[in-house]
Design a protein around this ligand. Structure first.
Ligand SMILES: Cc1cc2nc3c(=O)[nH]c(=O)nc-3n(C[C@H](O)[C@H](O)[C@H](O)COP(=O)(O)OP(=O)(O)OC[C@H]3O[C@@H](n4cnc5c(N)ncnc54)[C@H](O)[C@@H]3O)c2cc1C
Length: 410
């Protein structure tokens, strides 16, 4: 069938879905293009939701993926507030909330992930927040404006960023987590300790190697009860304990699902003609094996890669994972994929909070994190991609250009 008579559908009008729609038009797809989004807003980026937007320093427009007129101008049928409720891969049809049916020729699933909730007594109390959407961030922002004490459950990226934002807005903050240091799962003990000290210096009370048994209060949360029997009075709680891929639609349709929708290197699912991208996709990465990545950069690039796949073009998606985080005046970028117990080599003094940390296995760089040092993410990625063994003394020496180290022995 000629392309102009085909319908391509995208379920999930988040970052990956919106970038895929943009790419389909850029690459010349001239058929019908439908972008379905459960949320009421047009596609937006989520990083500001725990940072500047949460603190009231930026507006919704700044987080939008495209200007309002973009979708109409590019003949993209953006349907917001519409949930796809079921998928029939054999009949190539979606069912939408309300019963409407939408036939498609090619489909992209970009339904993202949803925050995990804590299933403990009091989890339903008013003032217990999750953070994923504009609506969630608005509700939390109102709490930050009200002052008082915020308890943050979890010391991952969302928890750490919310704690920083709440301190910056003048709230008292207690962070409770089972790990020994914030961000331990990704960064390991040594580098996580840098973030522990950072939060302490900014007045966050850290209850590490601890957990929560219950939230208590009369209608609204007033106290958190920890596993070791402490009670902490509070005005609000944020639960930031990770996210789960939103794969129910795919799973019910019989697509292969295992910690996300399984896709091959070209982002095609177990059903030909159906692709997945972004937080939802568990990809067979050409270099790193099975991998599901919950980062902004992954959505930015996998959406377009999946779009090219839908058009029958495109090679495997082989980018290295990359993400960034801002807490107080400490900004960082992390490239690659390391295990938290890989050996760490520092370039620069971590005490100054201007340094690069490298994670090393068998003398090879697996990942690098530049903290308040800029314009080095590309050479770090080149070094990881080169995959050769490196001289660790030279790696630690800021006088040696990273680009020199990338050309080392295999
Ligand atoms: C608060 C916060 C801060 C973050 N900060 C950073 C950061 O600093 N750096 C970084 O690298 N990453 C960050 N991330 C992660 C990054 O935002 C995600 O990786 C990215 O949003 C993934 O994009 P996506 O399009 O795959 O999914 P999403 O952004 O989740 O979009 C999926 C969309 O699909 C919709 N949808 C789901 N099911 C259906 C359905 N059945 N029908 C119709 N629509 C549906 C959802 O409503 C949603 O709008 C942050 C995330 C959050 C929540």
């Amino acid at each position: 069938m000629p392309a102009e008579q085909q319908t391509f559908a995208i379920v999930g009008a988040g970052f990956a879905g919106a970038k895929a729609a943009e790419t389909l038009r850029e690459e010349g797809f001239d058929g019908r293009l439908v972008l379905l989004g459960a949320e009421p807003e047009r596609p937006y980026e989520r990083p500001p939701l725990s940072k500047d937007y949460l603190r009231g320093e930026s507006d919704r427009e700044a987080a939008s993926v495209h200007p309002a007129g973009f979708y109409g101008d590019h003949d993209i049928e953006l349907r917001t507030g519409v949930t796809a409720t079921s998928l029939d891969p054999a009949g190539r049809e979606l069912e939408l909330e309300g019963g409407e049916r939408l036939a498609y020729d090619r489909l992209l699933l970009a339904t993202g992930a949803e925050p995990r909730a804590l299933r403990i007594p009091g989890a339903e109390l008013d003032g217990v927040h999750l953070l994923r959407t504009f609506a969630d961030s608005d509700a939390l922002r109102a709490r930050l404006e009200g002052g008082g004490r915020l308890v943050v459950i979890g010391a991952g990226w969302i928890g750490a960023e919310v704690a920083a934002s709440a301190r910056q807005r003048g709230m008292d903050v207690t962070m409770i987590a089972p790990e020994s240091v914030p961000l331990e799962r990704v960064l390991g003990l040594e580098v996580g300790a840098i973030y522990r000290d950072l939060h302490r210096e900014h007045g966050v009370e850290l209850l590490l190697e601890s957990g929560v048994d219950a939230f208590e209060g009369d209608g609204a949360v007033e106290r958190v009860r920890t596993k070791d029997g402490r009670t902490i009075d509070c005005d609000a709680v944020v639960v930031g304990i990770g996210a789960a891929p939103r794969s129910a639609l795919a799973e019910a349709a019989g697509l292969a699902v295992d910690n996300g929708v399984l896709v091959d290197a070209r982002l095609e699912t177990s059903v030909p003609g159906i692709f997945a991208a972004g937080d939802l996709a568990n990809q067979l990465h050409p270099r790193l094996g099975r991998l599901r990545v919950e980062h902004w950069d992954n959505a930015l690039h996998q959406g377009p890669a999946a779009a090219r796949g839908m058009l029958g073009a495109g090679d495997g998606y082989a980018r290295l994972p990359y993400f960034f985080s801002d807490q107080y005046d400490v900004g960082m970028e992390y490239s690659g994929y390391a295990s938290a117990d890989d050996r760490v080599v520092f370039r620069g003094d971590p005490a100054t909070r201007e340094f690069v940390a490298f994670w090393i296995r068998d003398d090879r760089v697996q990942a690098g994190m530049n903290v308040n040092v800029w314009d080095v993410a590309e050479p770090i990625q080149a070094l990881i991609a080169a995959g050769g063994s490196v001289d660790l003394a030279r790696l630690a020496d800021p006088g040696v250009e990273l680009s020199e180290l990338a050309q080392v022995t295999p």
